[in-house]
Design a protein around this ligand. Structure first.
Ligand SMILES: *[C@@H]1O[C@H](CO)[C@@H](O)[C@H](O)[C@H]1NC(C)=O
Ligand SMILES: *[C@@H]1O[C@H](CO)[C@@H](O)[C@H](O)[C@H]1NC(C)=O
Length: 464
């Protein structure tokens, strides 16, 4: 057995937890590093394989866990697209041969795969806001195009959808059997991988849905900031964050040496190799068990990979410490969080619209939301990551509404900055909705330092 196979087998075992109620240390370790069960030194290959999120047996999750007297009111799901082909090529090497058509006799497989393809082929442009209607509804190239969703990516989201179906529809009856179009809110960026990921999740959630009841909105911004994207201070935070990143890279001589070696192997200037973001392509090799590329000068190898991945982990650690990314995130995530609490508040008033919201997005969408919520210890969004907001009503006190926040199936409600202290003071299993509302309406801006108490002022602060 080669090393890669051994590691892949290992990762297949990781999500399997035997705990009955899902509250196990094993499920926690998917997002928060756990000092008890994890190796003391972060292992770059272990981290990379978690990022691949290779589908395996049904995972345990804590979505929908609530005492009997709680009623599920609405659910808001943010996903990262599933496994995709690289966005970059390593110069002068053959790109990995991965087939993006969907076929039953290839792993990973999902029992709904063929039905999904057949249902997608009946879809019509009327279900999509322009320009989404020009995109293919499922991946279909025998040699994947750049950034194309793979079969693995489709299976990941069919699984996500089915898991949410079992919990939210079968168990908690979030939607009636004859659900209507306005009970769903669907939004995606304009990439085929996000649209197709959203469709795969939706198909797992509502198999054989009526196309006439589906409408996907197009979101031009990866921050999902729609009408509120203009925010100069956010951009200043981002520039400072990029400067920090650049300086950290310059300090890492081992990293520079590794890029130099790889550049020599593929025979291009180091600068060109670095600009081709080789880790993106190497992750694809790793996730698909395809060996790294070789030239007559030698092979790109696992040692190169480990150095670059270790640097990424180090970069994330420094990013948390320096807080520039936090400033960027608080402003970047405000519009979508504001929209979400708006939807929740309408649901608490008894309105029956938009009870299930799905935002199909990118790592650069989920990452700022996690950071803004105070979940800075959470792992970087893996392929097909899911971040879920659940809204609940206490039947014994119908005026009280509460939220739960889940990341990849793990309940992180009490890790958020707006509910960290709550469970120490209160025996309640959830966080009051007001905490989230107060955070989004005011405390997010207070967290930025300065004296701003609203989005507009925080975005236009002078002398930052
Ligand atoms: C990985 O690829 C090797 C051959 O390159 C193969 O023998 C092995 O079974 C594969 N492992 C997995 C987990 O697919
Ligand atoms: C926040 O949401 C409310 C409606 O719920 C809207 O009126 C307001 O403009 C939004 N603010 C921002 C900055 O997006």
């Amino acid at each position: 057995m080669d090393v890669l196979t051994a590691l892949l087998l290992l990762v297949h075992l990781i999500p399997v937890s035997t705990a009955k109620n899902g509250v196990s240390s094993k499920s926690r370790k998917r997002i928060m590093p756990d000092p008890v069960t994890e190796p003391p030194v972060t292992d770059p290959v272990y981290e990379a394989l978690l990022y691949c999120n290779i589908p395996s047996v049904a995972e345990r999750s804590m979505e929908g866990h609530a005492p009997h007297h709680f009623k599920l009111v609405s659910v808001h799901v943010f996903i990262r697209h599933g496994d995709r082909y690289p966005l970059y090529v390593i110069p002068k090497t053959k790109r990995p041969e991965i087939d993006c058509t969907l076929v039953a006799n290839r792993k990973p497989y999902h029992p709904k795969l063929e039905a999904f393809v057949s249902h997608m082929s009946k879809g019509s442009g009327a279900s999509f806001e322009s320009p989404l209607n020009s995109l293919p509804l499922y991946p279909n190239h025998p040699l994947c195009e750049m950034g194309e969703l793979t079969q693995t990516g489709v299976v990941q989201h069919l699984q996500n959808g089915q898991l949410l179906r079992d919990i939210y529809l079968k168990k908690h009856k979030l939607l009636p059997n004859d659900w209507s179009a306005d009970q769903l809110y669907l939004e995606t960026t304009g990439k085929s991988r996000t649209l197709q990921s959203g469709l795969a999740l939706l198909y797992g959630f509502l198999p054989d849905f009526d196309w006439k009841k589906i409408y996907f909105r197009h979101q031009p911004s990866a921050l999902f900031c729609s009408g509120s994207c203009y925010c100069p201070v956010r951009n200043q935070y981002l520039e400072k964050e990029q400067r920090r990143q650049y300086l950290l890279r310059l300090k890492n001589s081992q990293l520079e040496k590794t890029y130099g070696e790889m550049a020599k192997i593929v025979d291009v200037p180091t600068k060109q190799l670095r600009a081709a973001n080789p880790i993106d392509s190497m992750l694809c090799h790793l996730c698909h068990n395809v060996s790294f590329p070789c030239t007559r000068n030698g092979c790109v190898d696992m040692e190169h990979f480990k150095v670059i991945k270790t640097h990424q982990i180090e970069d994330e650690r420094e990013r948390r410490e320096k807080k520039l990314y936090l400033g960027y995130s608080l402003l970047g995530a405000h519009p979508i969080l504001n929209q979400t609490i708006g939807r929740m508040q309408r649901a608490t008033e008894g309105r029956k619209e938009e009870l299930f919201a799905l935002y199909s997005a990118h790592d650069v969408t989920l990452s700022p939301v996690l950071s803004a919520l105070g979940l800075s210890e959470a792992r970087f969004p893996r392929f097909a990551a899911r971040l879920i907001f659940e809204l609940w009503q206490d039947r014994e006190k119908p005026n009280e509404h509460s939220v739960r926040i889940l990341y990849n199936g793990v309940d992180v409600t009490f890790h958020t900055s707006f509910c960290q202290d709550h469970h120490k003071r209160s025996p309640k299993p959830m966080c009051p909705l007001e905490n989230l509302v107060r955070f989004v309406k005011r405390d997010m801006f207070v967290a930025l330092g300065g004296s701003s108490t609203n989005y507009y002022d925080a975005c236009h602060r002078e002398g930052f």
